[in-house]
Design a protein around this ligand. Sequence first.
Ligand code: HEM
Length: 187
Amino acid sequence: MYGLINEAIQGLVTENFGEEAWIKICAQAGLDHTEFLSMQQYPDSETYDLVGAASSVLGMSPELILETFGRYWVQYVGSQAYGELMDAAGTSLGEFLENLDHMHSRVMISYPSLRPPSFRVQSNTAHEIILHYSSERPGLCPLVVGLLYGLADRFETRIEVDSLDGTAEGVTGVFKITLLNFDEEQS
Ligand code: HEM
């Protein structure tokens, strides 16, 4: 994956746990470097190893690390050079999710070797969205859950995410997103 991802993991760790924790995590992951270049590609195994090492150094499950990172990622790209790209993808959670593949295609202008996941909105009503995720990478469904909560924060929408289905290797997943504001608006 592009270094942009590993750089964001570094941001999450150093902002919340300090520089020393990050150095420990890189050592535990068996890396001989602690910095990444956003535009350079690194083996996916480095990212998985960083998540595994963060889990043992910080005493959090890998799933929780991925979910926390998903929430952080939305703020990270939303407040950086990619804010406009995010803004252009929609003004509501449903609209944004409908446009997500298109948004990643636009990201490919800067990152031509990107291998993005794919998302399909099966249904989108005022109170529920059914979202299908597919990737060539295993085990990232908890990341998607965190991303969805991060996007909900961005659109000031309260949601609950349930995983409905998925393959054991986690390369596909189906998520039910319940929009909680809907009930408030009705009452
Ligand atoms: C403009 C903002 C964004 C940028 C610049 C961006 C960029 C990237 C990059 C560089 C990767 C690594 C893939 C690779 O290097 O081959 C990636 C992966 C991924 N992105 Fe995005 N992304 C953005 C927004 C989002 C959002 C809002 C979501 C919300 C669902 C998302 C979902 C994912 C997921 C789940 C992956 C993991 C890879 C996989 O599942 O195979 N991205 N993205």
